[in-house]
Design a protein around this ligand. Structure first.
Ligand code: MRU
Length: 339
């Protein structure tokens, strides 16, 4: 059983500190929205849906100090990480509750909405897992990047949700997890998470992906998403674009598992997606050791954009969009409104 990403207890938010996994399983106590914002910025909690969930609880926490404090929390939390649209989607939901709730019920309503965002995400991921496993059945050698698992979501995971369901249905799944420099979400988190579920996982350095594909060790690549533009371009952890190019060269299906809340129909293409650039020390320092000489510049974008034409399908909770483009995505989303 994997630990919950957040726990609400006695009007505090406890965040599973993912910086410490796999060495230690511990929770960070947040007593106000500023501490939640800092936990998101420092990546104690990370992964697009998980950031949205933590931020939602941050707004609820702030309402203990009144409506104004919740408004300030919306603003502060929206400045934590720019790329994953789920953050803004969750904050929008919280703002609607904030605007419509009576003073007396404010805290209760905001907490209920945060709980709802959290629990709903698990069901969404299980549906993504079902659609993805149907699509991928017959293939058992899967490569993934970063961590789009239970730790990055309300539970079960998006890309790892597909892998979990595949394993539940057919067994015998073998996963290659790219280590995902510089924060190592693949080697620290994905490998740990899959190990807890007894799924066969092998970690490789990011620069080994081409060789592993050439050796026919990979039958499908499945990754998560931080934001999908209306033409199907996908922002995800830096390195995803490289894997998509390699998968195309080796004729391996490249699949993106993404909840519909990750689609941003206000953006025409992936060029419009804001890409977070993080502190260079994430690259300069490994453990307690500097691995780059002083005065050397580093470049540390946290995400890249994979163009839609390299994506075989986007797997959502409502089904798959094959070879995504603007027309297919808009038709797909319109068909959902009619449901
Ligand atoms: O910087 P991170 O760890 O927040 O990046 C996470 C990713 O890129 C995930 O693949 C993405 O958020 C999808 S999580 C279901």
């Amino acid at each position: 059983m994997l630990p919950e990403i957040v726990k609400w207890d006695n009007n505090n938010l406890f965040i599973l500190d993912q910086r410490k996994i796999p060495m230690e399983i511990s929770y960070l106590k947040c007593s106000n929205y500023q501490e939640v914002a800092s936990a998101i910025e420092k990546m104690a909690i990370r992964g697009a849906p998980a950031i949205g969930i933590a931020a939602a609880y941050g707004v609820a926490l702030a309402s203990l100090q009144g409506r104004d404090s919740s408004k300030k929390a919306l603003e502060r939390l929206s400045r934590t990480r720019p790329t994953a649209v789920n953050l803004f989607w969750a904050l929008d939901r919280m703002e609607k509750v904030l605007d419509h709730s009576e003073e007396m019920c404010l805290f209760r309503d905001l907490l209920a909405e945060a709980d709802h965002i959290y629990k709903e995400d698990i069901e969404i991921n299980m549906a993504i897992g079902q659609h993805g496993a149907t699509l991928v059945q017959g293939r058992s050698l899967i490569m993934t990047h970063c961590n789009a698992g239970a730790l990055a979501t309300g539970g079960y995971g998006t890309a790892l949700g597909v892998i979990r369901k595949l394993q539940e249905d057919h067994g015998n799944v073998k996963v290659y997890a790219c280590e995902t420099r510089p924060v190592l979400q693949g080697s620290r988190l994905t490998s740990w998470e899959l190990q807890q579920d007894g799924i066969d996982v092998t970690v490789i350095c990011d620069n080994m992906a081409a060789l592993v594909m050439k050796l026919n060790y990979v039958e499908a690549v499945i990754v998560g998403a931080d934001r999908v533009a209306s033409n199907g371009d996908v922002a995800n952890k830096v390195g995803t674009y490289g894997l998509a190019v390699l998968a195309s060269f080796h004729k391996i299906p490249f699949l993106v598992a993404s909840p519909i809340s990750t689609f941003d129909m206000t953006l025409e293409t992936g060029r419009d997606i804001p890409i977070e650039e993080r502190d260079g020390n994430e690259i300069r320092i490994i453990g307690h050791n500097r691995v780059i000489p002083d005065l050397i510049r580093v470049y540390n974008p946290a995400f890249d954009v994979t163009p839609a034409h390299l994506i075989s399908a986007i797997i959502t909770e409502k089904g798959c969009i094959f070879k995504p483009d603007s027309g297919k995505i808009s038709t797909f989303l319109k068909s959902l409104k009619k449901e």
